[in-house]
Design a protein around this ligand. Structure first.
Ligand code: AMP
Ligand code: MG
Length: 744
């Protein structure tokens, strides 16, 4: 295939002469303005890399010139050639990127940058330990596609590989083997996946030659014919078939190839057969319009040459499992040499090449993910279009965003490839390596330069994380605006870290808050935390303390579950709210609860008054207390003041009940609302009161800093129990309200 466009002058002639000669040859292939730029690239090349030698013993100039020449043979555009020529020139001497951009455009310079990064990786992969080899190779393959935003970069890399393989004959054997193995495992499969067969076969044959020289020689001698002879044979067959199909009036596209050495060697081993039993050593393929044409073509072929019966397969009538369709036959061709003929429609061919049946998909049984496949298909489509001379750049623009890689591939200092989503930062990288490295991350170096931790990584960059022993994550890392982390894994790790740390802190805070509160309320009982926890829907006592510590739970609420308060909470400074004006005019407001509402048993109509401490409302469970001279005070039966009456006083208690029809009086009630403090809380509470048309005559609020909770005491005017209950339910429903109860 890729023969040089001409024979490069012997190495004793100067690089300049080689360049001049090469440029002259290009005149037929590229328009004048492009030739001008190619020549300019050559000038940069000699100026900045003129005297370099590479490991094969060639000058750098010869190396890139040969690479560019292979690209010419692959019919690549001038931009690709220029990128290949400038490869290695970036940041050489006083040449700056901006200069190159001015001279050649940003697109080409980006390709040159990609090439530099790939070159760097390709060279360091030598130090990978054997056990990581397979994973590394797969990653490197992805990396090559991942770095190259532009498929043309991959083409340059492959062309360079072809030239390198041609040039390593005299290298030290160990190094040569290493290069050949990489070629066989990474570059040839890549060429295969991209469908660049001319590159693939040469890479495979040359690898075999260096990795298994005896086998290579054995197969070569079995073949008796040299490659050129076999190529000429195929060319002659194709020319003849083109005539025959034209005569028969069947539109057909005919291709062909001699089977390459590596493929022969593999097939002989796989099928354990002699070379005589391989019928596709020489092969042609005929693409036609319709299925009917397929069979017509088959008839034509079988009419021309005697066919070998057991070599006929009709995969059109019986497709393969992967839906591959084609007619396969083998005939005794010209000079009595076996010839394989494949016949299929263009549709079947497209499916075979790009669909699920794509060649590489069943020839390489290794796993591959959807994104990678998509990208390969995209690149192959692009290459196809280019060959057909369509508007490939339009296609590129149209599909670029759709098929843009969603992953990047970066390297550890040991050159292990790490896959990250696009946009990932050094911090994401650190967490991808190990969460401890993430937690202790203090800085990062990318390609040797210190970068901020929210720097956006690109494929091919080498990342080194700087850690500090007792460093800890920062809350900022979780802020989406600051762009420190884009991977869910890393964010989770950071959250986890804080959770663990906060747990310890909250546990301590919760414990001391509860102790303080118990002391303040004079509750002597020792809390049984594990028994208490389920009452608040927590599993263990520790969780309960953490809930108190982080403010999820009001400490007062828990304390009261532990035991009875002995001491009234100290009075808080008062905040008086005036009742709304309209209630001032409410005739009911002046009619205070009192006589007539309550019947004192066995006594009749005694003067009664509602106790100020517990403020009973019809039809609370009530009890009367006979005062000295002020009649009977009506208390709620569970009023705290009555509970510890000395025996002498207890005798003054008397049964009372509500009158059947109480006056339409209003009763003052004290309500206690405990809530997690927040902005707008009081406003929400007030709006419930006004919705319920309830007057508020007194307010006491008190925030507890340690638990972030608000204790609010309201004195409200209530008409009856129904209204009170509805009011309490509504208050309970306000977000962050933990507890609503009547005081007293
Ligand atoms: P193989 O050696 O059979 O693995 O094929 C190597 C390359 O030759 C691939 O690009 C195939 O698509 C191509 N090829 C295989 N068979 C034929 C054929 N009958 N005619 C033309 N090309 C073929
Ligand atoms: Mg075959």
């Amino acid at each position: 295939m890729v023969k040089p466009t001409y024979n490069l002058p012997e190495s004793d002639s100067s690089d300049d002469a080689a360049i001049t000669h090469w440029l002259e040859r290009l005149a037929d292939h590229y328009p004048a303005d492009e030739l001008h730029l190619i020549a300019a690239a050559c000038a940069v090349l000699t100026r900045y890399r003129g005297n370099r030698q590479i490991e094969t013993g060639e000058t750098h100039v010869r190396h890139v010139l040969s690479t560019a020449d292979i690209l010419v043979r692959l019919r690549m555009d001038s931009e690709t050639l220029i990128a290949a020529l400038l490869n290695g020139c970036l940041d050489q001497g006083d040449l700056r990127e901006s200069e190159l951009v001015n001279g050649f455009g940003a697109g080409i310079v980006r390709m040159v940058g990609d090439l530099a990064r790939i070159g760097q990786i390709a060279n360091v992969d030598a130090i990978i330990a054997d056990k990581d080899q397979l994973e590394h190779e797969e990653n490197l393959r992805r990396l090559l596609l991942g770095i190259a935003e532009d498929v043309r970069v991959v083409l340059v890399v492959l062309a360079e590989r072809v030239h390198l393989m041609r040039a390593i004959k005299d290298l030290e054997p160990g190094r040569r083997t290493k290069i050949a193995r990489d070629t066989q495992r990474i570059y040839a499969p890549l060429a295969n996946r991209l469908g660049i067969w001319q590159v693939k076969w040469e890479l495979e044959d040359l690898s075999l030659r260096y990795l298994q020289p005896d086998e290579y020689r054995r197969i070569a001698s079995l073949l008796s014919e040299r490659r050129e002879e076999r190529e000429q044979y195929i060319a002659a067959v194709m020319a003849m078939l083109r005539d025959k199909f034209a005569e028969a009036g069947i539109a057909a596209e005919i291709t062909g190839r001699p089977k390459h050495l590596f493929s022969i060697w593999k097939k002989m081993r796989r099928k354990a057969v002699a070379i005589e039993e391989i019928f596709d050593l020489r092969a042609v393929r005929i693409l036609v319009q319709t299925v009917a044409d397929c069979y017509a073509a088959l008839g034509l072929i079988h009419g021309l040459w005697k066919h070998i019966p057991k070599e006929f397969d009709d995969y059109i009538a019986t497709p393969k499992n992967n839906f591959y369709q084609s007619l396969h036959t083998a005939v005794v061709g010209p000079e009595d040499k076996p010839l394989e003929v494949q016949i299929r429609t263009h549709d079947m061919h497209r499916h075979a090449e790009f669909g699920v049946a794509a060649h590489w998909a069943y020839k390489e049984s290794k796993g591959h993910d959807a994104e990678f496949q998509r990208r390969v298909v995209w690149m192959r489509n692009w290459l196809e279009l280019k060959n057909e001379g369509d508007d490939a750049s339009g296609f590129l623009a149209r599909f670029k965003s759709e098929f843009e890689p969603v992953h990047i591939y970066v390297l550890t200092p040991q050159s292990k490839v790490v896959e990250l989503p696009k946009g990932a930062t050094p911090l994401d990288f650190a967490y991808a390596i190990h969460s401890e490295i993430g937690n202790c991350c203090r800085g990062a170096r990318v390609n040797g330069r210190i970068v901020p931790l929210n720097y956006t990584l690109s494929s091919g960059e080498k990342v080194e994380i700087l850690t500090q022993k007792h460093a800890a994550p920062s809350r900022d890392w979780l802020s989406p605006h600051q762009g420190y982390l884009i991977t869910a894994r890393a964010r989770n790790r950071v959250r986890q870290w804080f959770k663990q740390r906060d747990f310890d802190q909250h546990l301590q805070d919760g414990r001391s808050a509860l102790e303080r509160e118990l002391g303040r309320l004079g509750i002597p009982d020792k809390p049984h935390l594990d028994d208490l926890a389920p009452k608040f829907n927590y599993r263990r006592g520790e969780d309960l303390l953490v809930a108190i510590g982080c403010g999820d739970l009001a400490v007062g609420q828990v304390a009261r579950q532990v035991g009875e308060p002995r001491i009234e909470a100290p009075k808080e400074p008062e905040l008086r709210i005036r009742p709304p004006q309209k209630h001032r005019n409410n005739p009911l407001a002046s009619l205070k609860a009192g006589s007539g509402d309550v019947v004192v048993e066995g006594v009749g109509d005694l003067m009664t008054q509602m106790a100020q401490c517990c403020k009973p409302v019809p039809f609370d469970d009530i009890v009367g207390f006979v005062t000295r001279g002020r009649g009977v005070t009506v208390h709620r039966r569970n009023c705290g003041n009555l509970r510890h009456l000395p025996p002498a006083e207890a005798e003054r208690l008397i049964n009372v009940r509500w009158a059947n029809q109480p006056n339409h009086a209003i009763y003052p009630v004290d309500l206690l609302v405990v809530a997690t403090d927040r902005k707008g809380l009081l406003r929400d509470v007030s709006s419930v009161f006004s919705d319920e048309d309830v007057d508020v005559t007194g307010v006491n609020t008190h925030s507890e800093k340690s638990t972030d909770s608000a204790n609010m005491r309201f004195t409200v005017e209530i008409r009856d129990m129904t209204q009170l209950e509805r009011l309490m339910t509504k208050l309970q429903q306000i977000p962050d309200v933990l507890e609503v109860r009547r005081a007293g």
